[in-house]
Design a protein around this ligand. Structure first.
Ligand SMILES: [Zn+2]
Length: 128
């Protein structure tokens, strides 16, 4: 695994968290969550940083590829599932499942139900 140096930034924005360029930004909603879920979210966001997802998204944006290439949403989906797998690998499956079970579906993103199913599948693999 590539090591990453990460800065944590607090904002008053009504968001949970997002990541990019070596930073994880946490907003007002983050602090309303139980610690186990906060840790899982940080692990998920760290996954985005380690896999350099933001860089890929920016490259797409600069090339205006999202205008004609319908696989943009596939990329976002892959990024979310990859970041979830990273969090599971670092031992945060339980917190992530707790968080996802409360999450409502959002456009472009994989559904919480799909993400939960993927995590269960990963856990199955990990336990042999
Ligand atoms: Zn994410």
């Amino acid at each position: 695994m590539r090591s990453a140096s990460v800065k944590l930034i607090r904002t008053q924005q009504p968001i949970i968290a997002h990541a990019g360029f070596g930073m994880i930004v946490v907003g007002r909603f983050f602090y309303l969550l139980p610690t186990i879920e906060q840790e899982a979210i940080l692990a998920h966001e760290l996954g985005h940083i380690v896999y350099r997802h933001t860089r890929q998204r920016i490259i797409w944006a600069l090339q205006l590829r999202w205008l004609w290439d319908s696989s943009f949403s596939d990329m976002l989906r892959d990024h979310e599932l990859e970041a979830d797998a990273f969090a599971v690998d670092s031992g945060h499956a339980e917190g992530l499942l707790a968080f996802l079970s409360k999450l409502t579906p959002a456009p472009l993103y994989p559904s919480p139900r799909e993400r939960i199913a993927r995590i269960h599948a990963l856990q199955g693999t990990h336990h042999g």
